[in-house]
Design a protein around this ligand. Structure first.
Ligand SMILES: [Zn+2]
Length: 464
């Protein structure tokens, strides 16, 4: 008898954690942090529902922190087994988990300095750098399409999910007593079809049970291609003689925008402009994106074969030190600055916004999701001023949202992926979505005549 427990990303988008139990073994698929509203973030502090030391293996579908960020916490709690992921996910985790630990430590320090925490002056970080280092020692890379028995009776196989570099769907084949093995397929986060750099999501293998993400279960992406929108806005910005400022996630979005700028330049559709990537994490991640050829689509592959650097516009520079970053303040005339964080909640983008927002010649391009209440969201919604470093900065810049960029497939792209299954699973579980998106996605799947369920937080379901 096998079962699955939904320990996270059930009824919400973050904290992906799914525990498969069979024949006395426990395999945890994803071990993400809860993010966003306090109600969810508090779950990060709750004792893990099973003793971490009793878990026989972890599987990571990709390196995003809402899927991998609680691995250091698990290790701190006594997990000593192996954490399986693709080679690119392992390389990204080596950058992202220590960074996550640094943020946790900063948050605790901030709470103590300001006396914000109930526990001040002794607020503790969720985990520390030393835990992230211990977590990295647990990582075991497994290539796409290479099934492997990760614990006795449980075989894992990854396929490409096209969401970020290294992202995969994961098929677990679980021996369940005397009957046939049970095949449980986890979609992970599914990417879009036809985007730069990454291949399309690979069709799913046959499965008895399916756990599928639902982020955009209720929405379709706009039809205009991001490249066309980017070309139009860069040309308009050049005509205004000003800077293009792009708050962008360091992992994935920055590389996608670099790819498109390089392509537009080489096709002669935009002039070559100075391009600055001002984010230490994006600076570290970009070579990882270039290096993992098993994660590239045919266009990326062909460019590299021809000796073209696909992620390098002609006048690209990466800035690492604070002095280099501040040096960009003295650049006048048209240029493009990509900086994190993607929602302007922190990071170096803030000093660029502070410097450039008061100038009417500046264009701010919003190329990612902007969560309610963030500075990015305020800009998107026409705020006349933006508060940064204790000052209200007037917004005289032009602010444009480019909605075509997304790392997640929309409802039609998810349906296309599901079409790859020739047999309906016995049961499909919709996870990783806000309640409205989950309900809409489940309804569309039910319309196929499939058995579908939206599990609640901590619910257990039989896989038999
Ligand atoms: Zn993700």
């Amino acid at each position: 008898m096998a079962s699955i427990r939904f320990l996270g990303a059930a009824g919400t988008v973050t904290g992906s954690r799914f525990l498969v139990e069979a024949a006395g073994r426990q395999v945890l698929v994803d071990v993400g942090l809860f993010q966003g509203m306090k109600e969810y973030r508090l779950r990060n502090w709750a004792p893990f529902p099973v003793p971490p030391g009793s878990i026989d293996a972890v599987v990571l579908t990709h390196a995003h922190i809402d899927h991998s960020g609680a691995l250091p916490l698990l290790v701190r709690g006594g997990f000593r087994a192996e954490a399986w992921c693709t080679p690119a996910t392992a390389d990204l985790a080596r950058i992202m988990l220590p960074d996550s630990a640094r943020l946790q430590e900063e948050e605790a320090r901030f709470a103590n300095d300001k006396g914000y925490s109930r526990h001040a002056p002794e607020a503790k970080p969720l985990y520390e750098g030393i835990d992230a280092v211990a977590a990295l020692e647990r990582l075991r890379p497994l290539r796409y399409g290479k099934p492997r028995e990760i614990v006795p009776g449980v075989t894992l196989c990854f396929g490409r999910a096209g969401h970020i570099l290294g992202s995969g769907w994961a098929l677990l084949t679980v021996a369940a007593g005397s009957g046939d093995p049970v095949r449980v397929l986890f979609s992970g986060d599914l990417g879009r079809y036809g985007v730069p750099i990454l291949p399309d999501p690979e069709p799913p293998p046959e499965a008895d049970f399916l756990v599928v993400e639902s982020t955009y279960g209720d929405r379709s992406h706009p039809p205009e291609s991001p490249a066309v929108a980017l070309e139009r806005e860069i040309l308009a910005a050049v005509a205004r003689g000003g800077t293009v400022l792009i708050p962008a996630f360091a992992v994935g979005r920055t590389q996608e925008v670099l790819f498109l700028i390089r392509k537009l330049e080489q096709e002669g559709r935009i002039p070559t402009l100075p391009v600055f990537v001002d984010s230490p994490m994006a600076t570290d991640v970009t070579p990882v994106y270039r290096a993992h050829r098993e994660d590239h689509d045919t266009e990326m592959d062909a460019l590299l074969d021809r000796g073209v650097e696909p992620l390098s516009p002609a006048r690209l520079s990466f800035t690492r030190s604070v002095d280099q970053s501040k040096g960009i303040n003295h650049v006048h005339g048209p240029c493009i600055i990509l900086s994190a964080s993607g929602m302007a909640t922190g990071g170096r983008i803030l000093h660029h916004l502070e410097r450039r927002l008061p100038e009417p010649s500046t264009t701010v391009l919003l190329v990612g999701y902007q969560a309610a209440g963030t500075r990015g969201w305020k800009l998107q919604n026409g705020a006349p001023t933006l508060r940064m470093h204790g000052k209200d900065i007037p917004v005289r810049a032009r602010v444009v949202t480019l909605p075509g960029f997304s790392a997640h497939g929309d409802r039609d792209e998810m349906a296309r992926w599901l079409d790859g299954l020739s047999q309906p699973p016995k049961r499909t579980f919709c996870v990783h979505g806000e309640p409205v998106a989950l309900a809409a996605h489940a309804e569309r799947i039910a319309a196929r005549g499939w058995q579908v369920h939206v599990p609640a937080h901590l619910e257990t379901a039989d896989l038999g």
